[in-house]
Structure formats: structure tokens, C-alpha cells
Design a protein around this ligand. Structure first.
Ligand code: FE2
Length: 312
């Protein structure tokens, strides 16, 4: 008998101030929830007061991870050390693989309606790819497929697959799924998620019941757990995630991916496998050797844990 994924934890986001003074709501990378392998951080930014976001994220480094920015409203100007520069706006996605070292700047702009909103997710890289060449996938809103069902459900497929429609972002190690689901009152949504993959949902508008087994004929929780935006559900293992909207509509992100099961050493914008690798990252910053180089010896020296694995 198949298993409907049940909600194991409900996370209410915590207010934090990040960058040069940006107010955000954080659900992963807090004292309550350190990470959900392979997801290392989840931030929700949203405000109609430019004072909350204009300070932005001036020039800073990343190593060992991917950062995924999905915009709901407003605009962010960005540039980086591999030569990308531009503006991402409502509905756009920036999937950045920092790999062995990137420097970038992310500066929100106050538009006419002063609103700014979106999400940033960090996805871990396996040891073998932590020092890989940085890569950047920039997808405009028009490039992100939208699935519209007869019951009024709308799904924007950033990554993964819904009703045979493949997502815009591909070739990511964690085989992630990243869906933006708008569910009208009375509708339900069931999405298969591979066994063993981590799965979470983040309700950001309205309310709904998450992790429901009803009508599936599966093992699980018949009623599910009520989430009221903004809240995150972390699911247990199983075949499918089901969400139901009762009297009110709900809009949520459904995110899943393959866990790495590797040691995690993190310090600010670096996530490596060992403390030594973090120390190297800091030393590289001080000596101006941080940004990725096409030099196998440079990369080998910065990958202590995976080197051990390969030599065994
Ligand atoms: Fe960043």
C-alpha cells in the first residue's frame, strides 16, 4: 500500500535581519531548524516599505552551494564575478551554482508600488561538486511553464514535472522539484515525490491542509495539518504529497530534493564538508584567491573531505 507523506514538523518563520539590513522571514537555517538535507536555508522576503529592503546584499561571496531566488513582486539588480549582470523581476528565477567560488551583489529596487517579495533557497552541493565551476541559470517569468487545471489550480513549474510539463530549471544534482501552486477554495493537489527525497511546503498566502491521505487510498493522515501563511511543513517519507484547500484558497511552494547524507560545515555564505575547508575559504578571501579558477590543483587543495574519500 502506498504512503501519503505526513507533516512531521510545522515551522513558523522567524524574523531576521540579513545583508546590509534587509528584513526577512527565515524558516530554514535557524536554531529551530538547521537544514533539511539538501536544503540549507529558506528565506521569504516581502514588504511594501523600501526601508525594509533597500540596503540589499552588497558584494559578498558564496562557495559550496546553489542559491535559488524566486521573485513574486518588485525587482532585484544583480551582478557577479562570472560576468552576469541584470535585473530579476516578478515571476523570474535565478538559479545560481556558486561551486568553487563566486562573488555577487543582490540589490532590491523600490518600484512604483513599493512592493518587494520573493524567496531564496539554498541547495547543497555534493563534495565532488563543491569546487565546481560556477554556473548561472536566469529564467524570465515567460520561460517558466504554467499548468492550469480545470478546477482552477495553477502551478508554475520552476523545476520538476507536473501533468507531463517539465520545469524550466534542469540538470541540478539534487534532482529538485520547485513548484509554485495556487489552489482555489475547495480544490486539492496531489504530487508524487520520489521515496527518500526530502520534501517541504511553504504556505505564503491563505490557508490549507497539508499532508492529507484522504481519497488516495494510501496509508497516512486522513485530515492533514492546517497551515496558515506564512508557515512551512516538513514532510516525512512517502509516495505523494497532498494538499487541500477548504473554505479559503492557498498558495504555496512545494520543494523536494535528493538528500546528500554528507557532513555539513557551514559559516555564513560558505557550506563545505569540514572546518578546514571553511578556514580555506576565509583565507582565500583575505588573499584574493577566493573566486573560482580553472586550475585542478587550486580546487584539489580546497576539498579536504572529498579528497580523503577519493584516496581511500
Ligand atoms: Fe548571495
Amino acid at each position: 500500500m502506498k504512503q501519503a507523506r505526513t507533516v512531521e514538523r510545522v515551522i513558523t518563520p522567524q524574523p531576521v535581519i540579513e545583508g546590509a539590513g534587509v528584513r526577512l522571514k527565515r524558516s530554514i537555517a535557524t536554531p529551530t531548524l538547521d537544514y533539511v538535507d539538501p536544503f540549507l536555508l529558506f528565506d521569504h522576503f516581502g514588504s511594501d516599505d523600501p526601508e525594509d529592503y533597500l540596503a540589499g546584499f552588497p558584494w559578498h561571496p558564496h562557495r559550496g552551494i546553489e542559491t535559488v531566488t524566486y521573485m513574486l513582486a518588485g525587482e532585484v539588480d544583480h551582478r557577479d564575478s562570472i560576468g552576469n549582470a541584470g535585473r530579476i523581476g516578478a515571476g523570474d528565477v535565478q538559479w545560481m551554482t556558486a561551486g568553487g567560488g563566486i562573488m555577487h551583489e543582490e540589490m532590491p529596487q523600490a518600484g512604483e508600488d513599493r512592493r518587494m517579495g520573493g524567496f531564496q533557497l539554498w541547495v547543497n552541493l555534493p563534495a565532488a561538486l563543491k569546487m565546481a565551476q560556477p554556473r548561472y541559470q536566469d529564467l524570465s517569468a515567460a520561460q517558466i511553464p504554467e499548468v492550469r487545471r480545470d478546477d482552477g489550480t495553477v502551478v508554475r513549474v520552476v523545476a520538476g514535472e507536473v501533468d507531463g510539463v517539465g520545469g524550466a530549471v534542469t540538470e541540478i544534482y539534487a534532482e529538485p522539484e520547485y513548484l509554485d501552486v495556487s489552489l482555489p477554495a475547495g480544490a486539492h493537489f496531489a504530487q508524487p515525490v520520489p521515496w527518500g527525497h526530502s520534501a517541504l511546503a511553504y504556505a505564503f498566502e491563505g490557508e490549507g491542509r497539508f499532508g492529507v491521505a484522504a481519497d488516495l487510498g494510501y496509508r497516512g493522515d486522513l485530515d492533514g495539518v492546517q497551515l496558515t501563511a506564512p508557515q512551512m511543513a516538513v514532510f516525512g517519507d512517502g509516495d505523494v504529497v497532498r494538499v487541500e484547500a477548504d473554505a479559503a484558497p492557498v498558495r504555496f511552494l512545494l520543494v523536494s530534493g535528493k538528500p546528500l547524507g554528507e557532513p555539513i560545515a557551514r559559516y555564513g555564505p560558505f557550506v563545505m564538508n569540514t572546518r578546514e575547508e571553511l578556514q580555506l575559504a576565509l583565507r582565500d578571501l583575505q588573499t584574493d584567491t577566493f573566486v573560482w579558477r580553472d586550475d585542478p590543483e587550486w580546487a584539489r587543495q580546497r576539498r579536504t573531505w572529498s579528497a580523503d574519500i577519493w584516496e581511500r
